[in-house]
Design a protein around this ligand. Structure first.
Ligand code: PRT
Ligand code: ZN
Length: 287
């Protein structure tokens, strides 16, 4: 008989672990008293959390050992498993790039022809090289890829980069960005209707949390004669709320704006006559 609980696989310990747990918490899933045992039951939700290595997540979800998982897209592309990518989660952002020693004269991808490239992501790399019509020797290495050119084990590397400081401290330079990656929610392709409904419920919560993170609530005061100009600068979910202030001829304007173009908007609002601008974080947002 099928288990009733929805089982979510997350990374046991690593770069995605804390953020995955934070997201669950923000989505209202309580997991008290856990000490990263292999399997923990949520207190208030019919959800089990399975703590495993990130490399194992695609296979576990494909095979139905877990129903859903949170993992970097890079692991999904590398593992070539049959899964649904349900949602990008906005954390664990990085890129996978080719890097060469800083004195390597690199003009174009053709300079990689016949070279030895070390990586933990041979599938993604081979794919890129073959699309670019380059024949190079790909060596699979499971860790410390960035030191291989220094010990003459490779001419170039293909690895995860985020700030780039690991490359610099190993005397390397980034020459080709191959893919971008971030953490995603994945699901098994054959979920039962009951589990699909549970996934939808969690997804709804995750979306509300992430939407809220990308938006700010803004309150400002404005003289009534500049209201038209100011509201034109504010989209709002529906339209801005305008309330009269006790001071004659002035109003208070409330709305929600996106984080992305935040500073530009604030500048424009000030120029249009807005004063006393308050910007407040939003905890959850349901549209
Ligand atoms: O033990 P387990 O197998 O579960 O963990 P892991 O060691 O394989 O993975 P982990 O925890 O290092 O990374 C998990 C996921 O985080 C990756 O699969 C990526 O999707 C994502 N991620 C985001 C990163 C980085 N940013 C990152 N910077 N993974 C690794 N790095 C490495 C990078 O390779 C470099 O060596 O961190 C180093 C520092 O990067 P710079 O460029 O900031 O110096
Ligand atoms: Zn791993």
């Amino acid at each position: 008989m099928e288990k009733r609980s929805l089982r979510l696989a997350i990374q046991k310990s690593g770069r995605l672990s804390e953020k995955s747990l934070e997201l669950l918490k923000a989505a209202g899933v309580k997991i008290d008293n856990y000490s990263r045992q292999l399997l923990v039951k949520a207190q208030n939700f019919d959800l089990e959390i399975l703590f495993i290595r990130d490399d194992d997540i695609p296979e576990y979800v494909q095979d139905g050992v877990a129903d859903i998982g949170i993992v970097g897209e890079n692991e999904i592309f590398e593992a070539r498993k049959n899964l649904n990518i349900v949602e990008k989660l906005g954390f664990g952002k990085c890129r996978l790039s080719i890097a060469v020693p800083k004195h390597f004269k690199y003009d174009s991808i053709k300079d990689l022809e016949g070279k030895n490239i070390a990586t933990s992501y041979p599938v993604i790399l081979e794919n890129f090289l073959s699309k670019s019509n380059i024949n190079a020797n790909v060596h699979k290495i499971s860790g410390a890829v960035e030191i291989t050119p220094n010990i003459d084990l490779a001419d170039a590397i293909f690895d995860i980069v985020s700030t780039g400081s690991t490359l610099v401290s190993n005397g390397l330079k980034e020459v080709e960005e191959v893919i971008k990656s971030e953490a995603v929610l994945v699901s098994n392709k054959n979920l039962s209707e009951a589990k699909k409904a549970m996934l939808d419920q969690i997804l709804f919560r995750i979306r509300s949390v992430n939407l809220a993170k990308n938006n700010k609530y803004i309150l400002l005061n404005a003289p009534n004669d500049s209201l038209e100009k100011i509201t034109a600068l504010l989209p709002g979910i529906k339209s801005p709320t305008i309330l009269p202030l006790a001071m004659e001829g002035w109003s208070s304007v409330h709305t929600v704006i996106e984080e992305d173009d935040f500073w530009e908007r604030i500048e424009n609002l000030k120029n249009a006559g807005a004063q006393g601008i308050l910007v407040v974080p939003i905890e959850k947002m349901i549209v």
